[in-house]
Ligand binder design. Sequence first.
Ligand SMILES: *[C@@H]1O[C@H](CO)[C@@H](O)[C@H](O)[C@H]1NC(C)=O
Ligand SMILES: *[C@@H]1O[C@H](CO)[C@@H](O)[C@H](O)[C@H]1NC(C)=O
Ligand SMILES: *[C@@H]1O[C@H](CO)[C@@H](O)[C@H](O)[C@H]1NC(C)=O
Length: 245
Amino acid sequence: MKYFLVVVCATLLSSSFGANLPPAFIKCYRKQPDFQECLTKAVENAIRQMNHPFRRVGLLNLESLVIPELTIAAGARVISALQIFKNMTLSGFNETKCAKVEFNFDNNTLKLDCIVPHFRLDFHYELHGQIFLVSVYGNGAGWAVLQDSHFEVSYQLGEYENKGKTYFNIINQQLSVQPRDIDFDLKNLFDGDEEAADRFKKMLKENALEVYGDVKSGYDEAFGIIFATIFDRLLTKVPVSKLFG
Ligand SMILES: *[C@@H]1O[C@H](CO)[C@@H](O)[C@H](O)[C@H]1NC(C)=O
Ligand SMILES: *[C@@H]1O[C@H](CO)[C@@H](O)[C@H](O)[C@H]1NC(C)=O
Ligand SMILES: *[C@@H]1O[C@H](CO)[C@@H](O)[C@H](O)[C@H]1NC(C)=O
């Protein structure tokens, strides 16, 4: 009970005064002449540090984030298979490099252009259907590394007032992940028929980018929602005046 009260008080305090950004984050002032360059460094630096949560500002860890269940619909051309993932762990964000992060104060849009050199997914998969008209089924452990993944993200932000302070919220988001290459493994394809599995994986590796392209929009949408949800939690806690000084 005591713990509960303490938590409630802490929540009330942070919502009435508005939290500061964590001291470990780089702060950029909107009037500084190199604001956009500063923001690019600050966002890159913050993403790289998200291998642990920043609870005070509502940020979950991005590194080793677990998505309990993710279902990606069949593609339009080459994949007519539903892909079901369980316990998908995302990693590799500690090596993120951002080329450009832009905040436009006229219309409150934020754009990120970053590379994650080894965007890794570890998961349990279920696959049943056809890829390039070849029947495929399997159910087991798997991983994928999306090499040099180019993340292009844009957020349209809205503003609202809470207890005399202005906060942002996300009213629209778009995300695109385009890897340069994909390495992967799927265990227990074809009920453990190794020969059939190797043949299929070889075919899939040779055509990985084309196959990915067919279902990319499903992944973009899913990752877009997940990252926006994480970012929105920070925006709920930290008022605009404390984001940009
Ligand atoms: C996913 O993780 C949960 C919690 O650790 C576990 O109970 C469940 O069996 C896992 N599911 C699969 C398919 O690995
Ligand atoms: C990122 O994390 C991976 C896995 O924990 C580690 O091998 C790598 O050295 C880290 N890279 C940086 C730049 O910290
Ligand atoms: C915001 O303004 C920028 C620069 O003028 C423009 O490129 C962008 O399309 C605008 N975004 C929206 C959602 O209006």
